[in-house]
Design a protein around this ligand. Structure first.
Ligand SMILES: Nc1ncnc2c1ncn2[C@@H]1O[C@H](COP(=O)(O)OP(=O)(O)OP(=O)(O)O)[C@@H](O)[C@H]1O
Ligand SMILES: [Mg+2]
Length: 269
């Protein structure tokens, strides 16, 4: 089940529909939903999806050519020996039958670029010299390491600087969208939190009851300097799931009730 992300999908749709070639970097921290967004988009558009790996360049190129063969419907592409990314990318764009733009999505781009440090420059040259005049490519570069993406893709020292036509910095799903992923949370005040997006603090303070949520997807509340984090006690027996909220209290002394913060547990924060 896919929820939300209407704004991000609309931006990608615009890039696909536009008259010119487009380049959209997607970045954001781990498990925020970058890959899911790309997959959702590609479920309704033909394109080439490739995931970078911590593997030598030759292996990645072979994988890429297999993905190219699937995307273009030309099985022979999988066997084509290419000596680098420029040849590989040219091969697939040359054979793109259309209609519409060829969407090339390179996920986990940091791994591919690590094995092939020339790749950002190759993409720059292709953007400028081939894809700009041909107007038929939408390039999506996606990476989990925000620092890497800012430096190597978005930053002014990157060969790709100034080429992007849009960008998507993924934020965690809002409470309402996250709630859609848990339609069975149906009892008690905590359930109202997910149904109607009420403040977790108010719901929990009133009820002392723990409900579960898609913790990695929803934004956690702010932490506090010197704060200690510990899980809220186990949910009552009839709740089958583990707790996804944490309670934060000052490390020192006994915390008066009003300084306790509740937030969604977020292991990737
Ligand atoms: N919009 C969404 N609707 C439903 N499920 C989602 C959505 N976004 C993400 N998920 C789910 O959340 C989990 C993490 O998403 P995803 O793998 O896309 O994150 P990511 O940002 O690519 O993570 P990583 O940086 O580790 O690659 C997956 O199980 C995915 O199915
Ligand atoms: Mg991913």
């Amino acid at each position: 089940m896919f929820v939300g992300r209407e704004r991000e999908l609309a931006l990608l749709q615009q890039a696909a529909d536009g008259a010119k070639s487009a380049f959209v970097p997607i970045y954001g921290r781990r498990r925020v939903g970058k890959t899911e967004l790309i997959r959702r988009f590609l479920a309704e558009h033909s394109g080439l999806y490739f995931v970078g790996k911590a593997a030598p360049a030759g292996l990645q190129l072979r994988d890429f050519m297999r993905a190219a063969a699937r995307a273009t419907g030309e099985p022979l592409l999988a066997e084509l020996a290419v000596d680098g990314w420029e040849r590989a990318l040219d091969a697939v764009t040359d054979r793109w039958p259309g209609p519409g733009k060829l969407i090339i999505a390179l996920d986990e781009f940091q791994w591919t670029a690590q094995a092939s440090p020339e790749l950002p420059s190759v993409l720059q040259a292709l953007c400028d010299q081939r894809w700009k005049p041909s107007r038929k490519v939408l390039l999506i570069l996606c990476g989990s390491y925000v620092g890497f993406m800012e430096r190597e893709v978005l930053g002014n020292k990157s060969p790709l600087f100034g080429r992007r036509t849009g960008q998507i910095q993924m934020s965690p799903l809002g409470y309402r969208d996250a709630a859609e992923l848990r339609p069975l949370v149906g009892r008690g005040p905590g359930a109202r939190l997910f149904r109607f997006g009420r403040s977790p603090r108010r719901s929990l303070d009133r009820s002392r009851r723990v409900q579960v949520g898609p913790s990695a997807l929803a934004g956690a509340g702010p932490g506090r300097a010197g704060a200690q984090t510990h899980a809220v006690p186990e949910p009552q027996k009839r709740d089958p799931e583990p707790a996804a909220f944490v309670r934060r209290e000052p490390a020192r002394a006994r915390a008066p009730e009003h300084v306790t913060l509740h937030s969604l547990d977020d292991p990737y924060q």
